[in-house]
Design a protein around this ligand. Sequence first.
Ligand SMILES: NC(=O)c1ccc[n+]([C@@H]2O[C@H](COP(=O)([O-])OP(=O)(O)OC[C@H]3O[C@@H](n4cnc5c(N)ncnc54)[C@H](O)[C@@H]3O)[C@@H](O)[C@H]2O)c1
Ligand SMILES: C[C@@H](O)[C@H](N)C(=O)O
Length: 343
Amino acid sequence: MQVAVLTEPGEFEYRERDRPVPDADEVLVRVGEVGICGSDVHYYEHGRIGDYVVESPLVLGHEAAGEVVETGRGVTGLASGDRVAMEPGVPCRRCAYCSRGEYNLCPDVTFMATPPDDGAFAEYVAWPADYCYRLPESVSTREGSLCEPLSVGIHVCRRGAVGLGDSVLVTGAGPIGLLVADVARAAGATDVLVADPVDRKRDLASARGADVTVDPADLTEAVAAHTDGLGVDVVVEASGAPSAIEGTLDCVRRGGRVVLVGLASESTASLDTLALVDDEIDVRGSFRYRDTYPAAVSLLADGSVDVAGLVDFEASLADLGSAFERARDPETVKGLVEVTTRR
Ligand SMILES: NC(=O)c1ccc[n+]([C@@H]2O[C@H](COP(=O)([O-])OP(=O)(O)OC[C@H]3O[C@@H](n4cnc5c(N)ncnc54)[C@H](O)[C@@H]3O)[C@@H](O)[C@H]2O)c1
Ligand SMILES: C[C@@H](O)[C@H](N)C(=O)O
């Protein structure tokens, strides 16, 4: 089978590898569609993210869906022909975090496209059946691939306890911020505000139903105007910009919640701890997700969230290099790669 490997920053090579044979608890998936994530682009540009360094050729891509073509002998819940979304992180299932159900915190997770684990820009991937989620007829394979960023958004809203009648500010209108906004709305938020410096991103957020969109330069005033000076119930920081992280406390109401999901390139941002205490603010990190794929599939099946509307372009595996160049454009929200032709 053909795989695309990142050999060095900016360089993909196509290689022939043996088609994987599924273990007893695995299915073999013929990969259909794979989204390009910001972390894929970061590995493509820099060959590393923090301590994760691409030291040998790496298959990128972890937002993946496809069709089951073979099942291991112990698999009962899936059959050949099923279309599935693949959850890219498979934990060890034994550590203290896995035992508590907090498997997204497992230190021994195998996570697609995170060195040294290969991802899904490959014709076939063998993957544990219980980390593959069947897609109903109403959810396309391309939508299924975007269960991954949607899962990030679901976990964020759970971490922020977003609920009925809440006002929610999202800073950063990339795929994560836009999906957080959609999930917040589905969870009952009645006021959704989105901040981004890029005009096109704000326009997209408006078109998707944000009540207020604002340039970060005008953020504090816009939030005050919309909330009678109170601040919002929940701020979700989804840009990673240090100024946005530091600005969260200017926008949240006393007693409100701040969820940090954006990753700053360095831990230079600081939060006013006196204000945290005085205003009784809950600040929470949000790391990947756990138990979100069933909810993601349901949100897509009932039309609550539109992931297809985030897609700016679709490329074939043969054009991976140019697809990554397009994905680098700050105006791009989401690029998809069709790995094998749709059937
Ligand atoms: N914690 C996790 O599990 C997790 C998972 C996925 C992504 N992330 C991180 O979440 C962030 C968002 O991911 P993404 O894929 O949407 O990224 P993205 O780069 O596509 O989007 C970030 C957006 O933030 C905007 N932005 C820049 N400066 C800003 C500011 N000061 N105020 C408001 N917006 C600003 C950019 O214009 C852009 O639209 C990234 O930092 C990413 O690394 C974290
Ligand atoms: C969660 C996933 O989307 C993220 N890019 C990561 O590698 O952690």
